[in-house]
Design a protein around this ligand. Structure first.
Ligand SMILES: C[S@@+](CC[C@H](N)C(=O)[O-])C[C@H]1O[C@@H](n2cnc3c(N)ncnc32)[C@H](O)[C@@H]1O
Length: 286
């Protein structure tokens, strides 16, 4: 069998022959046979001889057919043009979160070094690691999931930020007097928290609902329960005038603005995502 035949026979197994599916199958072939993009195109009509790789590909294709996300199958996902290790213990990094990272990085770059950041619900660590690399900030990266922290640690090593990103296992906020950032107060708190309501969860596509961790996504009625807890607790962890940046769900802006005002935040500004949805909120502690 040739690579091009493998591609077409694999594609024919899916009802959906979309551009995305074609790309996913191409990536699976390239990953299984360890081919660069260019090699794949050059060798398209070569006969496949690597039986072991073919077996690996068949296993992976079976998983893709069951709607498992590609990132979990190949155990990686790009964020900010950097490759991150991912597995089922963490949310797959989303493009919207890059807007949150960009906003946080722009803010940190305007501050006098050394800047300290608290990343709440760090997951794979895309926010913490990218921020450390983009700005040189020291980041306490908190998650309550031990599995997620294992993934974070792999990404800290992969991106050589052991002296900048510090994993903390905690319920939203690090223990008081945390040893990670000596002062215990941060210049910036950033979070992409769980913000999906149980009703919205029911309507999520199978690739999300059946594979991504529930605790990374669901946050009580209306989806704002975790945001409320972050806003209420943040003042004890922020320096005066410190900033809080959050990613929020579709349609939550009005409610989130109210939550932030009540918690003593000012200069509240929303930023739209690529689909024109108010997705990121920036605010300052009075
Ligand atoms: C939406 S995911 C975001 C992951 C990552 N920051 C990203 O943007 O890809 C939310 C994360 O919050 C963590 N989390 C949920 N509840 C938490 C809690 N009470 N304390 C700490 N982390 C929590 C989950 O384990 C998950 O990793």
């Amino acid at each position: 069998m040739r690579y091009s035949e493998l591609f077409h026979s694999s594609l024919s197994k899916f009802k959906d022959g979309s551009v995305e599916k074609k790309l996913e199958i191409e990536i699976l072939i390239r990953e299984a046979f360890k081919l660069s993009k260019t090699d794949y195109w050059i060798k398209k009509n070569d006969v496949i001889t690597d039986e072991k790789a073919l077996q690996k590909f068949s296993g992976w294709l079976g998983r893709l057919l069951k709607a498992e996300p590609l990132a979990y199958i190949i155990e990686k996902k790009e964020s900010f043009s950097r490759e991150f290790y991912v597995n089922k213990n963490v949310l797959i990094p989303r493009p919207e979160t890059e807007i949150l990272i960009e906003e946080a990085a722009a803010l940190v770059k305007k501050m006098a070094a050394p800047v300290t950041v608290l990343d709440i619900g760090t997951g794979s660590g895309i926010i913490a690691v990218n921020l450390a690399l983009e700005t040189g900030a020291r980041v306490a990266a908190v998650d309550s999931s031990k599995g997620a922290l294992q993934v974070l640690k792999r990404n800290i090593t992969r991106h050589h930020v052991e002296d900048k990103v510090f994993p903390v296992c905690a319920d939203l906020f690090p223990p008081v007097g945390n040893p990670v950032i000596e002062s215990g107060l941060f210049d910036v708190i950033v979070s992409n928290p769980p913000y999906v309501s149980p009703q919205e969860w029911e309507n999520l596509p199978p690739g999300v609902k059946d594979y991504e961790p529930r605790q990374a996504l669901i946050a009580g009625e209306g989806g704002t329960a975790v945001i409320e807890r972050i806003a209420a607790g943040a003042r004890d962890y922020l320096k005066p005038g410190g900033s809080l940046l959050l990613e929020i769900g579709c349609g939550q802006a009005v409610r989130v603005e109210e939550i932030l005002r009540r918690a003593g935040f000012v200069d509240i500004e929303f930023i739209k995502d690529y689909s024109n949805i108010l997705r990121i909120v920036r605010s300052k502690l009075k």
